[in-house]
Design a protein around this ligand. Structure first.
Ligand code: A3G
Length: 165
């Protein structure tokens, strides 16, 4: 799995049209979003993740914890993005592991917005531009590796972190 983190003032997105035949229709509330003060996490599920989704998801949540321990964003956006790897998981596995990532990130205590999977989307993103506002991570499961216990999110006060501005 590849992750691209953007600590942002604002993300707006809008689903335009399905990119996959398997993309289910979206409820109105799912079609568009606007999130302020978020750690935006673009994720690509890779072929190598297909059989060890639980390990990869647990490691991804640990990376979200590591990054958010530094930037202290009050919200997380999980944004499926097929452009961070040339070795993609199948759409079905991508959706399944993406859904598990959403559930695990919520279970870790984050306020999560999930951008729709399987759609072309317009988006507007305002990155904060501080030294840690743009980071990337590559996550791999070792052969036979068991999933670690789900890590909990570090507590984030309800007040947005302001010292980078
Ligand atoms: C877009 N430009 O990328 N990992 C993450 N998302 C995936 C994957 C994958 N392996 N496969 C399909 N849309 N998708 C917008 C999703 C993702 O929403 C992608 C769309 O399906 C078409 O590939």
């Amino acid at each position: 799995m590849k992750l691209l983190f953007i600590h942002s003032d604002l993300l707006e997105f809008e689903a335009k049209k399905p990119a996959l035949k398997s993309a289910p229709p979206l409820a109105d509330a799912e079609k568009a979003g606007r999130v302020e003060e978020a750690l935006v996490v673009f994720y690509t599920v890779e072929k190598d993740d297909e059989n060890q989704g639980d390990v990869v998801v647990a490691k991804a949540v640990a990376e979200i914890n590591n990054v958010n321990a530094q930037v202290k964003a009050p919200k997380v956006v999980l944004y499926p993005y097929a452009h961070l790897s040339s070795s993609l998981a199948s759409p079905a596995k991508g959706r399944e592991i993406g859904s598990a990532l959403i559930a695990a990130t919520r279970a870790a205590g984050y306020d999560v917005t999930a951008a729709p999977f399987g759609y072309y989307k317009a988006f507007k993103l305002h990155a904060k531009g501080h030294p840690l506002a743009e980071l990337s991570r590559q996550i791999k499961a070792e052969a036979g590796e068991a999933a670690p216990a789900a890590p909990a999110a570090p507590a984030v006060a309800g007040v947005p972190f302001v010292s980078w501005r």
